[in-house]
Write a protein that binds this ligand. Structure first.
Ligand code: ATP
Ligand code: MG
Length: 183
Protein backbone atom coordinates (compact mmCIF):
# COMPACT_ATOMS: atom_id res chain seq x y z
CA UNK A 1 0.00 0.00 0.00
CA UNK A 2 2.43 2.62 -1.22
CA UNK A 3 5.11 1.54 1.21
CA UNK A 4 8.67 1.38 -0.03
CA UNK A 5 9.79 -2.20 0.15
CA UNK A 6 13.46 -2.98 -0.06
CA UNK A 7 14.56 -6.16 -1.80
CA UNK A 8 15.30 -7.76 1.56
CA UNK A 9 11.70 -7.23 2.68
CA UNK A 10 10.26 -8.65 -0.54
CA UNK A 11 9.74 -12.38 -0.70
CA UNK A 12 7.69 -14.84 -2.66
CA UNK A 13 4.66 -16.27 -0.90
CA UNK A 14 2.61 -19.41 -1.34
CA UNK A 15 -1.11 -18.78 -0.99
CA UNK A 16 -3.96 -21.27 -1.02
CA UNK A 17 -7.64 -20.50 -1.61
CA UNK A 18 -9.66 -23.55 -0.60
CA UNK A 19 -12.95 -24.59 1.03
CA UNK A 20 -16.48 -25.23 -0.21
CA UNK A 21 -17.66 -21.62 -0.63
CA UNK A 22 -17.56 -19.58 -3.83
CA UNK A 23 -14.66 -17.24 -4.49
CA UNK A 24 -11.47 -19.33 -4.71
CA UNK A 25 -10.69 -18.73 -8.36
CA UNK A 26 -12.07 -15.20 -8.48
CA UNK A 27 -10.02 -14.14 -5.42
CA UNK A 28 -6.90 -15.49 -7.14
CA UNK A 29 -7.78 -13.52 -10.29
CA UNK A 30 -8.28 -10.41 -8.15
CA UNK A 31 -4.78 -10.83 -6.71
CA UNK A 32 -3.45 -11.40 -10.23
CA UNK A 33 -5.04 -8.10 -11.32
CA UNK A 34 -3.47 -6.33 -8.36
CA UNK A 35 -0.03 -7.78 -9.17
CA UNK A 36 -0.25 -6.88 -12.86
CA UNK A 37 -1.11 -3.31 -11.89
CA UNK A 38 2.15 -3.22 -9.95
CA UNK A 39 4.05 -4.06 -13.12
CA UNK A 40 4.50 -7.71 -12.15
CA UNK A 41 4.46 -10.49 -14.70
CA UNK A 42 1.54 -12.81 -14.06
CA UNK A 43 0.70 -16.25 -15.41
CA UNK A 44 -2.62 -18.00 -14.72
CA UNK A 45 -2.67 -21.74 -15.46
CA UNK A 46 -6.05 -23.44 -15.25
CA UNK A 47 -6.22 -27.15 -14.41
CA UNK A 48 -9.42 -29.19 -14.81
CA UNK A 49 -11.45 -26.64 -16.71
CA UNK A 50 -14.57 -27.90 -18.41
CA UNK A 51 -15.98 -26.80 -21.71
CA UNK A 52 -17.32 -23.42 -20.52
CA UNK A 53 -15.85 -20.23 -21.86
CA UNK A 54 -14.78 -18.11 -18.90
CA UNK A 55 -14.87 -14.31 -19.18
CA UNK A 56 -11.43 -14.00 -17.62
CA UNK A 57 -9.89 -15.58 -20.74
CA UNK A 58 -10.88 -12.49 -22.72
CA UNK A 59 -10.21 -9.84 -20.09
CA UNK A 60 -6.76 -11.25 -19.36
CA UNK A 61 -5.99 -11.42 -23.09
CA UNK A 62 -6.39 -7.62 -23.11
CA UNK A 63 -3.71 -7.34 -20.44
CA UNK A 64 -1.07 -9.22 -22.48
CA UNK A 65 1.89 -9.37 -22.22
CA UNK A 66 1.80 -8.38 -18.52
CA UNK A 67 -0.75 -11.04 -17.74
CA UNK A 68 -1.22 -14.38 -19.47
CA UNK A 69 -3.77 -17.17 -19.02
CA UNK A 70 -3.62 -20.74 -20.32
CA UNK A 71 -6.16 -23.52 -19.99
CA UNK A 72 -4.39 -26.82 -19.48
CA UNK A 73 -6.08 -30.15 -20.05
CA UNK A 74 -9.25 -28.50 -21.31
CA UNK A 75 -12.25 -30.78 -21.10
CA UNK A 76 -11.24 -33.26 -18.45
CA UNK A 77 -13.32 -33.27 -15.31
CA UNK A 78 -13.03 -36.16 -12.92
CA UNK A 79 -16.26 -37.52 -11.50
CA UNK A 80 -15.94 -38.76 -7.92
CA UNK A 81 -15.56 -42.46 -7.22
CA UNK A 82 -14.48 -43.73 -10.62
CA UNK A 83 -10.91 -44.78 -11.36
CA UNK A 84 -8.84 -42.07 -13.02
CA UNK A 85 -8.97 -42.33 -16.81
CA UNK A 86 -5.42 -42.85 -18.20
CA UNK A 87 -6.10 -40.07 -20.70
CA UNK A 88 -6.98 -37.67 -17.85
CA UNK A 89 -3.86 -38.73 -15.98
CA UNK A 90 -1.76 -37.90 -19.04
CA UNK A 91 -3.45 -34.47 -19.30
CA UNK A 92 -2.77 -33.72 -15.63
CA UNK A 93 0.84 -34.87 -16.00
CA UNK A 94 1.20 -32.54 -18.98
CA UNK A 95 -0.44 -29.64 -17.11
CA UNK A 96 1.92 -30.19 -14.21
CA UNK A 97 4.96 -30.30 -16.51
CA UNK A 98 3.94 -26.91 -17.99
CA UNK A 99 3.40 -25.54 -14.47
CA UNK A 100 6.72 -26.78 -13.10
CA UNK A 101 8.57 -25.33 -16.10
CA UNK A 102 6.87 -21.94 -15.67
CA UNK A 103 7.69 -21.94 -11.95
CA UNK A 104 11.36 -22.72 -12.55
CA UNK A 105 11.66 -20.36 -15.54
CA UNK A 106 12.13 -17.16 -13.53
CA UNK A 107 9.97 -15.37 -16.09
CA UNK A 108 7.10 -14.60 -13.72
CA UNK A 109 6.43 -12.75 -10.46
CA UNK A 110 3.10 -14.46 -9.76
CA UNK A 111 1.76 -17.79 -10.98
CA UNK A 112 -1.80 -18.95 -10.26
CA UNK A 113 -2.36 -22.72 -10.38
CA UNK A 114 -6.14 -22.67 -10.62
CA UNK A 115 -7.96 -25.87 -9.53
CA UNK A 116 -4.68 -27.74 -8.94
CA UNK A 117 -6.05 -28.86 -5.56
CA UNK A 118 -8.70 -30.95 -7.34
CA UNK A 119 -6.09 -32.81 -9.37
CA UNK A 120 -4.22 -33.59 -6.14
CA UNK A 121 -7.30 -34.60 -4.14
CA UNK A 122 -8.39 -36.93 -6.98
CA UNK A 123 -5.02 -38.66 -6.66
CA UNK A 124 -3.95 -37.55 -10.15
CA UNK A 125 -0.98 -35.50 -8.96
CA UNK A 126 1.46 -36.23 -6.11
CA UNK A 127 1.41 -33.43 -3.47
CA UNK A 128 5.02 -34.22 -2.49
CA UNK A 129 6.17 -33.56 -6.06
CA UNK A 130 4.26 -30.26 -6.08
CA UNK A 131 5.72 -29.30 -2.68
CA UNK A 132 9.27 -29.95 -3.88
CA UNK A 133 8.88 -27.74 -6.97
CA UNK A 134 7.31 -24.97 -4.83
CA UNK A 135 10.14 -25.15 -2.29
CA UNK A 136 12.76 -24.93 -5.06
CA UNK A 137 11.05 -22.02 -6.85
CA UNK A 138 12.73 -18.65 -7.51
CA UNK A 139 12.90 -16.73 -4.22
CA UNK A 140 10.66 -13.83 -5.22
CA UNK A 141 7.97 -15.85 -7.01
CA UNK A 142 4.46 -15.80 -5.53
CA UNK A 143 2.27 -18.85 -6.23
CA UNK A 144 -1.48 -19.17 -5.59
CA UNK A 145 -3.10 -22.62 -5.54
CA UNK A 146 -6.88 -22.91 -5.71
CA UNK A 147 -9.53 -25.60 -5.37
CA UNK A 148 -11.43 -27.45 -2.67
CA UNK A 149 -9.76 -29.95 -0.34
CA UNK A 150 -6.25 -28.50 -0.30
CA UNK A 151 -3.76 -31.23 0.66
CA UNK A 152 -2.36 -30.94 4.25
CA UNK A 153 1.23 -31.08 2.95
CA UNK A 154 0.63 -27.98 0.84
CA UNK A 155 -1.38 -26.22 3.56
CA UNK A 156 1.61 -26.74 5.88
CA UNK A 157 3.99 -25.33 3.26
CA UNK A 158 1.85 -22.28 2.38
CA UNK A 159 2.21 -18.84 3.98
CA UNK A 160 -1.40 -17.69 3.61
CA UNK A 161 -4.33 -20.10 3.48
CA UNK A 162 -7.94 -18.99 3.14
CA UNK A 163 -10.89 -21.33 3.44
CA UNK A 164 -14.03 -20.09 1.70
CA UNK A 165 -17.05 -20.95 3.82
CA UNK A 166 -20.41 -21.29 2.12
CA UNK A 167 -23.10 -19.28 3.89
CA UNK A 168 -25.49 -19.77 0.98
CA UNK A 169 -25.32 -20.02 -2.80
CA UNK A 170 -27.88 -19.00 -5.44
CA UNK A 171 -27.59 -22.53 -6.90
CA UNK A 172 -29.46 -23.88 -3.86
CA UNK A 173 -32.49 -21.81 -4.88
CA UNK A 174 -32.29 -23.38 -8.32
CA UNK A 175 -30.69 -20.30 -9.89
CA UNK A 176 -28.39 -21.43 -12.67
CA UNK A 177 -24.86 -20.11 -13.26
CA UNK A 178 -24.94 -16.45 -14.26
CA UNK A 179 -22.71 -14.85 -16.88
CA UNK A 180 -20.11 -12.55 -15.31
CA UNK A 181 -20.53 -14.15 -11.89
CA UNK A 182 -19.93 -17.84 -12.52
CA UNK A 183 -18.28 -17.79 -15.94
P1 ATP B 1 -15.35 -18.84 -8.48
O1 ATP B 1 -14.70 -19.26 -9.77
O2 ATP B 1 -16.69 -18.26 -8.72
O3 ATP B 1 -14.44 -18.02 -7.62
P2 ATP B 1 -14.67 -21.16 -6.95
O4 ATP B 1 -13.37 -21.15 -7.63
O5 ATP B 1 -14.67 -20.89 -5.48
O6 ATP B 1 -15.67 -20.17 -7.67
P3 ATP B 1 -15.06 -23.86 -7.91
O7 ATP B 1 -15.06 -24.98 -6.95
O8 ATP B 1 -13.88 -23.68 -8.79
O9 ATP B 1 -15.43 -22.53 -7.12
O10 ATP B 1 -16.36 -24.01 -8.80
C1 ATP B 1 -16.54 -23.23 -9.92
C2 ATP B 1 -18.00 -23.04 -10.24
O11 ATP B 1 -18.88 -23.57 -9.27
C3 ATP B 1 -18.37 -21.55 -10.29
O12 ATP B 1 -19.31 -21.41 -11.32
C4 ATP B 1 -18.99 -21.27 -8.96
O13 ATP B 1 -19.92 -20.21 -8.93
C5 ATP B 1 -19.67 -22.56 -8.66
N1 ATP B 1 -19.70 -22.75 -7.21
C6 ATP B 1 -18.73 -22.44 -6.36
N2 ATP B 1 -19.10 -22.71 -5.09
C7 ATP B 1 -20.34 -23.23 -5.18
C8 ATP B 1 -21.28 -23.71 -4.24
N3 ATP B 1 -20.98 -23.70 -2.95
N4 ATP B 1 -22.46 -24.18 -4.70
C9 ATP B 1 -22.75 -24.19 -6.02
N5 ATP B 1 -21.91 -23.74 -6.97
C10 ATP B 1 -20.72 -23.26 -6.56
MG1 MG C 1 -12.42 -22.34 -8.95
Amino acid sequence: MGMDQTETQRRGLILINTGPGKGKTTAALGTALRAAGNGMRVLVLQFLKGSWHYGELDSIARLAPDMEIRQLGRGFVKVGGAEADPEDLALVADAWRVSAEAIASGEYDLIVLDEINYAISYGMLDPEVVAKVLQDRPEMLHVILTGRSAHPTLVALADTVTEMREVKHAYQKGILAQKGIEF
